[in-house]
Design a protein around this ligand. Sequence first.
Ligand SMILES: Nc1ncnc2c1ncn2[C@@H]1O[C@H](COP(=O)(O)OP(=O)(O)OP(=O)(O)O)[C@@H](O)[C@H]1O
Ligand SMILES: [Mg+2]
Length: 330
Amino acid sequence: MNLTPSGIVKFLDQYVIGQADAKKVLAVVVYSHFRKLGLQRDSIALALGKSNVLLIGPTGTGKTLLCETLSHAIDVPFVTADATSLAQTKYVNEEIEVMLMRLVSKAGGDMEKAERGIVFIDEIDKLKSAGGQAGTSSGESVQHALLKIMEGAPVKLGTGQTIDTSNILFICGGAFVGLDNVVSRSHTYGFISLTDAVNQQILERLNSRIKPTDLISFGLIPEFTGRLPVVASLQPLTEALLVRIMTEPENCLYRQFRAVFESEGVELRIAPKVFSEIAALAVEYKVGARSLRGIFEEMITPILYVVPDRREIRKVVITSLFAEASLLTE
Ligand SMILES: Nc1ncnc2c1ncn2[C@@H]1O[C@H](COP(=O)(O)OP(=O)(O)OP(=O)(O)O)[C@@H](O)[C@H]1O
Ligand SMILES: [Mg+2]
């Protein structure tokens, strides 16, 4: 694969629909990560520092999917950890150590390779500073524990080896529910727009930018936000994007169910209108693409119930979510 930023985006496009901005940001960061490793001993490389990334966006819009897909695109060890489970244990440092050990094993035991890997920490917004429960760690103390490794530090592993995290790229993801209220309260660039119409787009971009102060108001500690210099936002999925999610990717719902029917010797055909109807419902459920499967299965299950008993059926045609499907025998 072509590992330029646009090559990475092209790969992501096969599986993740929409989210062009977030894809670009991620691709550039990952590309720079590679370049920097190439320049390892260069003083510029050292000065470049690390561009750990924060992925923000509503639930079910592709944050986790983006990172998982990315891990298939590039040939570096990649591990995923869940901030919620880090906060559920008293032994945060041990958990972090286990995560780094997983990275080493992903690298086939090659420490140097592991030290250039990528760690994805999901659900980072659950580490809001608020009192932890007994037997768990408070979000804030997990943030402190993560700070150290994100900054770059030698960590002693259970195996006796030491891993240096200075060149590991950290990507954090979270839905940050309620952050939009914080952001809309802190807009400040409005007045410039009167003077220069050409720059309206740049202005809008600046205005929609999530600032470190917004994240701090949300509940991340300043030192933690400071180590996530790059923020990529994912957008809510529109009806049109939801339709594409059901029908375009190689492993999309439509293809999955066509394969299920095919194994019964039956052709499944769903009219385009049906996908729009499902997407319209899904938008109302407000959980992004997550509700698509449920709605889809509800529509298909009654049909899948009868098809195996009726061997004469050759074709199933669905023309509306709100009408009976036609079971055809020719
Ligand atoms: N942009 C997208 N393109 C294709 N599929 C998507 C997209 N967004 C979501 N999906 C589908 O929805 C599922 C859930 O998405 P994902 O796990 O990435 O959500 P998330 O943004 O991480 O949400 P959360 O904040 O709740 O963790 C994915 O497994 C995928 O099937
Ligand atoms: Mg997720």
